[in-house]
Design a protein around this ligand. Structure first.
Ligand SMILES: [Zn+2]
Length: 54
């Protein structure tokens, strides 16, 4: 149970980080997924639409 709550907390932190966009430097124009590293193809939808955020 301790492990579960720890994982839940980590998920919440990741969600908070995602929601605020903190650390995300690139965004996919196709699915609007944000990521911290540049990709030739979006790891989420596979489109060649990853751009650096302004
Ligand atoms: Zn995408």
């Amino acid at each position: 149970m301790g492990l579960f709550s720890k994982a839940g907390k980590t998920f919440e932190e990741a969600k908070q980080s995602y929601m605020s966009g903190k650390g995300a430097t690139y965004v996919c124009r196709a699915c609007e997924e944000r990521m911290t590293e540049e990709h030739d193809y979006c790891p989420h939808c596979g489109e060649d639409a990853v751009e650096e955020l302004e």
